[in-house]
Design a protein around this ligand. Structure first.
Ligand code: CUK
Ligand code: CUA
Length: 652
């Protein structure tokens, strides 16, 4: 055994020496000796393939130009992807425990995850849909990322300082969300709108009372940027009709102060397939028009400040009646089974795609605002909400194709719409609303994203098609196929498909793409920092301060980790003791991470340089438990171990 370790040590030393010596030029091999043409022939590559490869290849040691933050779908996580290389850089643990990051395995991250529990239940997954970056003056500022969980109506806050989830806020009033997490142009609010209507506050109401008692909701989570957290106490909501609100977007520049929300079931269909009634799907597709909701959130904010809210389960809610009366909520028809609503970079217009329509409809904010100011209504809905005339609210419609969903923009006045049924990206001109080009994608595109796409100044060089299906794109991995991201170059006159990226962790919905140089993540934590509080932990332990303190049946262990040992490395407690481990990594060099586990205890931590973690558990089963470092941190990594001993209680 010992021999093997010595040999390993020698091998590492050799490797190190090798790495430190001058790089040896590669000896001519297949790649270097054959001409590019021969190589292309050998690999069956076309010129277009090679060009695409050259446009996306990022050599070792070089950085990508962009970072994509993609929804991880059912995984509950967020993916950080470099572009144009389309390499996965990190799976950020958000709603689901993530063992590599030690998130949800006994450390302080447990409290973050527990913050997202709903209705007294531990929820360890999420249906992640829409990551949104924090903005300053309508531009991504690279500080925070917000993301919603459609399945359990929650919003999470990821700090891009360390790419770690700091907060999960459960929405206590609704059962699902979808229109979120969208931010206002200065990230005053993170918006989360409900999806499937249900009684607000969650009591049981028979479904026959759907129209009277079931409701939608627009939640305005107040973001405290200095604290880097949502301020739940300062957050509020607006009650909405049970129209099944869908996507939303915040106005900017001209339309700053407004929020736009789609809906797709103004029929208020409630299913009943077993009783011979039409399924929700067809019931909800009867009307030619659903309603675009136009919300004046600045006006709503004043009402909240004036105390004109109703308390539901501790949440300040502007009632639907109040919202209708005070001119906070207006409705406009939108065709047909709409999905995305996307505000143009100048904030002047909103593009709505109809899943069962062939158009993208371009709403004009100035027209809408005038109708609102003039109180020129076409009528009111059953809840008294004023309705604006459709034709008078739009500039026009672009004939896109079958099933337009989502739209993003470039810096040349073009829009790019994902067309689900047709499996294409349609590029069209915002000026004359004419389609310029369509490029096939593989297959069934859902969302589309653009470089800096949701800002007031998109970059215009890339879009990514986020495809639901990938039948013939990748090697087979069983009946559950990867999703497919396709990076498309939009700099030239023609769109150019560059590269596919299989996503094998869940079904992503939306993503955003930010310039890499806007991100300023830290490399190491200040010594003893607790990443959840962002402060030096009160139990931070420096070299020489390690100790084991017993207080009755509670044992506090103040521990440090540094290459290549834990101090203390032997901990003995009695059966039934409550054990509190406080571990500080004393490392301050980049990329020197230790892990920590106690076998069989479901405890697993990631101790990045400087990080402090606290773990509390009851030592309920006597035994001998090895503990060790789970990251190969040094040549003596395997030796970074110790024992946690639980002595049986003396029999009385
Ligand atoms: S949704 Cu899934 S493709 Cu949740 Cu934004 Cu449209
Ligand atoms: Cu520390 Cu391995």
């Amino acid at each position: 055994m010992k021999k093997g370790i010595v040999a390993l040590g020698a091998a590492s030393a050799l490797l190190l020496a090798f790495a430190c010596s001058k790089p040896t030029p590669l000896k001519p091999d297949l790649g270097a000796s054959k001409s590019v043409k021969e190589l292309m022939a050998a690999r069956g590559l076309s010129e277009a393939d090679v060009e695409a490869a050259l446009r996306t290849y990022v050599p070792t040691g070089k950085s990508d130009d962009y970072m994509i933050f993609a929804s991880g779908g059912q995984s509950g996580q967020v993916l950080a992807i470099g572009a144009p290389s389309m390499r996965l850089l990190k799976v950020i643990g958000v709603f689901t425990p993530e063992p590599w990051q030690g998130y949800g395995y006994g450390g302080d991250g447990n409290a973050v995850l527990a913050g997202g529990n709903q209705m007294g239940k531990t929820i360890s997954w999420a249906d992640v849909h829409h990551p949104n970056l924090s903005e300053t003056n309508g531009d991504y500022d690279g500080q925070y990322l917000f993301v919603n969980d459609k399945a359990n109506a929650r919003v999470a806050v990821v700090d891009l300082k360390d790419f770690a989830t700091k907060q999960i806020v459960p929405n206590k009033l609704v059962m699902s969300d979808h229109g979120g997490a969208f931010v206002t142009p200065n990230t005053d609010y993170v918006i989360e709108t409900s999806q499937y209507p249900a009684p607000l506050g969650r009591e049981y109401v028979p479904i026959t009372e759907y129209k009277d008692k079931y409701r939608g909701l627009a939640m305005f989570w107040k973001f405290d940027r200095a604290a880097g957290r949502i301020d739940v106490a300062k957050s509020w909501a607006i009650e909405l009709p049970p129209y099944t609100q869908d996507l939303a977007d915040a106005g900017k520049l001209d339309s700053d102060g407004f929020v736009f929300i789609n809906s797709f079931n103004t029929e208020m269909a409630i299913g009943g397939t077993l009783e011979g009634k039409p399924p929700i799907e067809s019931g909800a597709s009867q009307n030619d028009m659903d309603y675009l909701h136009v919300i004046d959130w600045k006006k709503a904010e004043k009402l909240v400040a004036d105390g004109k809210t109703t308390d539901i389960k501790g949440v300040k809610v502007i009632s639907l009646t109040m919202a209708a009366q005070e001119g906070i909520l207006h409705l406009i028809g939108e065709p047909k089974s709409p999905h995305g609503v996307d505000v143009t970079p100048d904030g002047k217009e909103m593009v709505v795609g109809g899943k069962l329509d062939t158009h993208a409809t371009v709403y004009n904010f100035a027209k809408i605002k005038k109708l609102i100011d003039d109180k020129k209504y076409e009528g009111k809905d059953a809840y008294g909400v004023p309705i604006l005339n459709f034709q008078e609210s739009i500039r026009g419609q672009a004939e896109i194709g079958m099933g337009p969903l989502h739209t993003v923009y470039d810096n040349k006045g073009n829009a790019y719409t994902s067309v689900f049924l047709e499996s294409v990206v349609a590029k069209w001109s915002l000026k004359d609303l004419k389609v310029i080009e369509k490029v096939p994608v593989h297959y069934n595109i859902g969302h589309i994203l653009a470089a800096e796409g949701d800002t007031v100044s998109p970059d215009g060089n890339y879009v990514v098609a986020m495809n639901k299906m990938s039948m013939d794109r990748f090697s087979k991995v069983g009946p559950l196929y990867p999703q497919n991201f396709q990076l498309i170059d939009t700099t030239g006159d023609k769109m150019r498909m560059l590269v596919d990226m299989p996503i094998g962790i869940g079904e992503p919905h939306y993503s955003q793409m930010i310039k890499m140089d806007k991100l300023k993540p830290i490399s190491v934590y200040p010594l003893g920092e607790n990443p959840i509080t962002g402060k030096k932990d009160p139990s931070a332990t420096l070299a020489g301060q390690e100790k084991i303190v017993r207080n009755g049946t509670t044992v506090d262990v103040y521990m440090t980790a540094i290459r290549s040992h834990f101090t203390p490395d032997r901990i003995e407690v009695e059966e039934g003791d409550t054990v509190k481990l406080h571990i500080t990594s004393l490392e301050q060099s980049e990329d020197q991470t230790h892990g920590f586990t106690i076998n069989m205890m479901n405890i697993d931590l990631s101790l990045e340089p400087g990080k402090h973690e606290n773990v509390t558990f009851v030592a309920d089963t006597p035994g001998v438990y090895p503990m060790y470092c789970t990251e190969f941190c040094s040549a003596l990594h395997l030796e970074m171990a110790g024992y946690f001993l639980v002595k049986p209680k003396a029999k009385k």
